[in-house]
Ligand binder design. Sequence first.
Ligand code: GUN
Length: 301
Amino acid sequence: MSLDNLIDGRAIAKEVHAETEARVAALKADGVEPCLVFIRVGEDPASRVYVGMKERTAAKLGIRSETTVLPEDTPEAELLELLEKLNADDSVHGVLVQAPLPGHIDETKVFSTVSPGKDIDGFHPVNVGKLMLGEGGGFVPCTPGGVHELLIRSGVPVEGAKVVVLGRGNIVGKPMTAILCQKDKHANATVTLCHSRSRDVAEHCRRADILVAAMGVADFVKADMCKPGATVIDVGVNRVDDTAAEKGYRLVGDVDFAAVQPIAGKITPNPGGVGPMTIAMLMRNTVRAAEQQTGKGNPTI
Ligand code: GUN
């Protein structure tokens, strides 16, 4: 079976990292050490892994990072107070509160408390609004931003393409739609957003030139939902029970890769597709935050 249609997220993330590293060097030459603070509340196992990966990448690129881990029962007010302190600290350029948060904490309130200029996740209403208005200058959420970058750097034509986004979450589906329908030469797509109440999802998918699966249902996209030659992007990370696996589970995407890969024109592997790009965009956003806040370095994007 030929696998020459894979979009190599790790290789493309490396390209982005190289650009980010050059910007870190320019900032440091100007006396600024970019700094990112992670906040994790509780011990969600997936969040521990994700924050760990982000910490290691920051260190590799020369970005200083600090992680605060708060207990699961931390009152919301305490978290908000910590965010206000970080907002006021000029040595901190980016703040990331890892989601999901415990049920007693209002995520929207938390994301709205991080100052928009330090909101390298792009979740603050000001940044969400800038994206919707097509204003530029704000921070774009890292996962859909990473998918966009994958499409551009893999030479997938987006302008005029029929795109179907599966999933309407605030972290991926909704911003993905906004990015791809912008009036811009790397966007200008005709975007359809399908969700759990959509009718005829398979029919929508079969029309797509580009299919972005981000609804969090294991192996949802099957061969008969993919137009031959379409580009398929798998954002999903789902745990499925597997007694044969060491941990008792394995991680699978939203796309049935074995079935869809032979039909797709281009497809992301999972892992090794979207995941590395999410982290690459986070690092790029952090460096941009540091450049904007200090007026130093060599802003290029
Ligand atoms: N949880 C899942 N994805 C993300 C993300 O991009 N940012 C944050 N802060 N939490 C997440």
